[in-house]
Design a protein around this ligand. Structure first.
Ligand SMILES: Nc1ncnc2c1ncn2[C@@H]1O[C@H](COP(=O)(O)OP(=O)(O)OP(=O)(O)O)[C@@H](O)[C@H]1O
Ligand SMILES: [Mg+2]
Length: 242
C-alpha cells in the first residue's frame, strides 16, 4: 500500500481476559478519508478503537501509523503522533465550565505543540460557534448535543491528524445527529483530519464516508468502497445480514 496510507491495521487480535474479541481485524485509512465502521452491539467496534489508541494491547497483529509500527506505543505516545480519540459517551469534565474544558484540552501535552500540523484554530469558536454562547456554563448542565459538540471541540484542539470517533451522535435527536455528522464532515474538510467513525446512525454515517467497513463478532465482514451509493435497504443489510 502506498504513501497515502495513514493507518494500517493488520490482523489484529485482542481479548479481555481470556475472551477473544477482535479475531484478526485488518483495515486501513488513507489520508483525508472518512472511514465508517458499523456493526451491531457487541461486535467489537469500541474494542477496536481502544486497541488502535493503545488502551488495550493486542495479543497478535500490527498497527502502523504514517508508515511506523506503533503497536507497542503507549496511548500518550500515539496521541503525540497525532491520533485523537473520542471515547463512547464522550470525555468532558462535567463539573467544569465549557471554557475550562476547552482550556484543559488546548493546554494538554499533545496540544498546540507541532508546527507541522494544521494550525489550531486561534479561536475554537469559529469552528464551533454554538459553544460561544454557553462558555460559562457547567459542562454537566449542557444538553446531550451540546456535550457532544464540546467533546468534539476538545479532541479537535489537540490538533489530531487522525481521529477515532466512537458513536459521537449516540442518544441525540435526529436533527442533532445531523449537526454532529455535518460537523465531523466539516472537521475532515477544513482541517484535513482523517477520521475513523463508529456509528449506529448508519445512513448518516454512510452519507459522509468515503469507505465503510461492516464488523460482526470480531471480524470485518464487508468493505464498501462507495457507501454513499448504497440504498437504505442495502445499508441495513450491511449490518444485519453479513
Ligand atoms: N472492559 C471489558 N471487559 C470485558 N469484556 C468487555 C469489556 N468491554 C467490552 N467487552 C466485551 O467485548 C465485546 C465487544 O464489546 P465492544 O464494546 O467492543 O462492542 P461494540 O461493537 O462497541 O458495541 P456497542 O455498539 O454496544 O458499543 C462484548 O462482548 C463486550 O461484552
Ligand atoms: Mg461501542
Amino acid at each position: 500500500m502506498g504513501m497515502n496510507q495513514l493507518l494500517i491495521v493488520d490482523n489484529l487480535v485482542a481479548s479481555y481476559r481470556k475472551k477473544e474479541i477482535l479475531k484478526g481485524i485488518s483495515l486501513h485509512a488513507e489520508r483525508g478519508e472518512i472511514v465508517a465502521l458499523i456493526g451491531p452491539n457487541g461486535a467489537g467496534k469500541s474494542t477496536l478503537l481502544k486497541t488502535i489508541m493503545g488502551i488495550l494491547h493486542p495479543s497478535a497483529g500490527k498497527i502502523q501509523f504514517e508508515g511506523s509500527d506503533i503497536t507497542d506505543l503507549h496511548p500518550h505516545e500515539r496521541a503525540r503522533l497525532g491520533i485523537g480519540y473520542l471515547k463512547q459517551g464522550g470525555s468532558i469534565f462535567p463539573s467544569l465550565t465549557v471554557a475550562e474544558n476547552l482550556s484543559l484540552a488546548s493546554s494538554s501535552p499533545n496540544g498546540n505543540s507541532n508546527p507541522e500540523r494544521s494550525p489550531a484554530p486561534d479561536n475554537i469558536f469559529s469552528l464551533f460557534p454554538e459553544l460561544a454562547q454557553i462558555e460559562p456554563m457547567r459542562a454537566g448542565a449542557l444538553s446531550g448535543g451540546q456535550q457532544q459538540m464540546l467533546s468534539l471541540a476538545m479532541v479537535t484542539l489537540r490538533q489530531p491528524k487522525f481521529l477515532l470517533l466512537d458513536e459521537p451522535s449516540a442518544g441525540l435527536a435526529p436533527k442533532l445527529v445531523n449537526r454532529v455528522i455535518e460537523k465531523i464532515k466539516g472537521l475532515n474538510e477544513s482541517l484535513s483530519i482523517t477520521i475513523l467513525l463508529v456509528e449506529q446512525n448508519i445512513r448518516r454515517a454512510l452519507s459522509i464516508a468515503n469507505r465503510a467497513y461492516a464488523m460482526k463478532e470480531g471480524v470485518i465482514s464487508k468493505e464498501h468502497l462507495n457507501p454513499q451509493s448504497l440504498s437504505e435497504q442495502e445499508s441495513f443489510e450491511t449490518i444485519l445480514q453479513t
